[in-house]
Design a protein around this ligand. Structure first.
Ligand code: TXA
Ligand code: MG
Length: 341
């Protein structure tokens, strides 16, 4: 299959949207940008389309998909008993990087979207291309991140092309996504709202709107029942092993000396202030702020695959605010490992 990548900006008249809508209506899949990462979309009521998503990504089918909508009217078609807290969160943070787990209205969506659960994750993305596509289509769109399963999520159209060229017909390329890590997933069907995946909407932001919210640590999530089945798979990993390391120039310099003495080639992912160290490859986290680190993380992890690095060192940050989402992804890509001097 030939994969077209069409540049779009979502504002001017653009036949790319007609093409995308026609493909989706025909049960095919289309990649599109959101404010978090690129999604691989298919109509969520169409079994064949949803099957095509899992097949293109090589994704295990017990990992449910997020359903994207373009307006509030669509919500009631697919979910039941929306709680007051859920309504408040949607009003406060949609469109935006928030996925709300709700009770699915039986028989409305493909069973393959929910992987057999009686709940569904719904999100209204805040990106002009995604919103225009969803509104023109007027159907719910199931869309996981548009990467090969297990790889870092795509934050640029070319990342999607790297992973899925030949496997999907169309990529709408709206340039680099803004936030760079996936949406916050919160389960509002539970007695105490619980964050299943940290993201751009933080615990503090929820608590200002709906009061106390649980945010289990990674370890607690692994120990408990897998409410979000996706949690059990390896994620966001380049080919070479990734190790977390302190955000400290002296520590990283010493690690590089030791690794070089062992004949190892090292890719370093760190803020710009580390760029003059003797790493074999350097990929930036920008100025090291949470905002820039989130925006650069996946691109940097992905870039490691074009190197011959034996090992990847990535500097950490604190877990405040969006730091929780960044460290959740970095810990997973490193399989929890730290570089020990
Ligand atoms: O930012 C995002 O959320 C991106 C863009 C494309 O919207 N999408 C995304 O989808 O990250 P995906 O499929 O890569 O991640 C979906 C996450 C998984 O961790 C999955 O287990 C969880 O949401 N999830 C989906 N439905 C669920 C449900 N009913 N109950 C619990 N977790 C669910
Ligand atoms: Mg994903």
């Amino acid at each position: 299959m030939e994969t077209k990548r069409l540049i779009v900006d979502g504002v001017i008249e653009d036949p790319a949207f007609d093409e995308a809508v026609a493909l989706l209506k025909a049960g095919q899949v289309v990649a599109f940008p959101t404010e978090t990462v690129y999604g691989l979309g298919g109509i969520a009521t169409n079994d064949e389309a949803v099957k095509a998503i899992y097949a293109a990504k090589g994704r295990p089918s017990d990992n449910p998909l997020i359903v994207h909508i373009g307006n509030f009217e669509q919500l009631e078609r697919y979910v039941d008993n929306i709680s007051e807290k859920a309504k408040k969160c949607m009003a406060a943070f949609w469109p935006g990087p928030l996925t709300v787990i709700c009770h699915v209205k039986p028989g409305t969506l493909s069973q393959k979207v929910t992987a057999g659960l009686d709940t569904v994750g719904i999100r209204m993305p805040d990106h002009p291309v995604a919103l225009r596509l969803l509104r023109q289509l007027d159907e719910p769109v199931a869309a996981p991140s548009a990467n090969t399963s297990g790889k870092p999520s795509p934050t640029e159209g070319v990342h999607v092309e790297e992973d899925l060229a030949g496997r999907i017909p169309l990529i709408l390329d709206g340039g680099a996504t803004g936030i760079g890590v996936e949406s916050t997933v919160i389960d509002l069907t539970l007695e105490t709202p619980t964050i299943l995946r940290p993201g751009g909407i933080t615990k503090e932001m929820f608590e200002a709107v709906i009061g106390p919210v649980n945010e289990p640590t990674h370890i607690e999530q692994q120990a408990g029942a897998p409410k979000a089945p996706g949690m059990k798979y390896t994620h966001y990993a380049p080919d070479a092993p990734v190790f977390q390391i302190a955000n400290d120039v002296a520590t990283v310099r010493e690690a590089l000396t030791t690794l070089h003495a062992q004949g190892k080639k090292v890719a370093l992912l760190a803020p710009d202030t580390f760029s003059t160290l003797a790493a074999d490859w350097f990929f930036t986290f920008g100025d090291g702020s949470h905002e820039q680190m989130a925006a650069h993380l996946y691109d940097a992890l992905r870039a490691c695959n074009a190197t011959e690095a034996d090992i990847v060192l990535a500097t950490v940050t604190d877990k405040n605010d969006v730091g929780a989402a960044i460290m959740n992804r970095l810990e997973k890509s490193a399989g929890g490992h730290w570089y020990k001097i």
